[in-house]
Design a protein around this ligand. Sequence first.
Ligand SMILES: [Ca+2]
Length: 305
Amino acid sequence: MPGMTSLGWTLVAAITAAALLALTIAFLPQRSVPITLACPLQIEERAQHPGMVWVPAGAIEMGSDVYPEETRRNANVAGFWMDRTEVTNADFAAFVRATNYVTVAERPGKKGAAVFVMPSGDANLSSVAAWWRYVEGANWRHPGGPDTSIEGRENFPVVAVTLEDAAAYAKWKGRRLPTEAEWERAARAGAAQLPEREQPKDANTWQGVFPIIDTAEDGFTGIAPVGCFKPNAFGVHDMIGNVWELTADTFESHAPAAHVIKGGSFLCAPNYCLRYRPAARQPQEDGLGTSHIGFRTVLEAPGPN
Ligand SMILES: [Ca+2]
């Protein structure tokens, strides 16, 4: 086009790029995924501690170069037993029935939890506020808010619990939360080398353009029931993806006080958050439950007979 100024070309390029993005979004497959409410776990034979697997003692090289907070460091951990899945709604309900425990989000003055809400395509996506909402009435019984329920979702990981809630559950079971090093030892499962940036296949993560298109090629939008993906070499399921998991370690120099969470969640996507790796770590505010964080417990006891 003769006479076209550089500003004109820039405009044409910007309009073309916007049109291409809109087309991409319009034609990405929005799969309708059948809802899976439970996945069968392998039968445990002569289980010493039912529902738990032994993680042997070992030295680990923790961390990676992917994000700055994942500083490389070495650690040694003693052997321990670990839940082979994340703690489920059924597990947590049993605890609440037995103890009448009231979670932080259900107490007077604390009225909710943070909930992921998929924004519309025209939302301003420059801030996480576009997809995270503090929802009054959200708690472990109503993880998406008061109109939602865990009925039929007994095999899903419990979410919208805080560190205090998770620690109370663990104590009731005679256990505790894992340290970050224990958690990372269990997630690495003795592998010398792991892919640094590749999206894992055996985990519930996000495929498509986060936060607006989840194509669910892994079979799940949102949280999956526990144990739907094959276990790692130590026999633990879903260390990576599904829900982030609380640990006993404080996150350094963080205000308000926070603890380390590990493993990434169903929201981790290549275009936004490569935290579907054992080295990944994030701070989680101690008093806040969210819809993508759960936990599992560990037991200090002699190893397999
Ligand atoms: Ca998924």
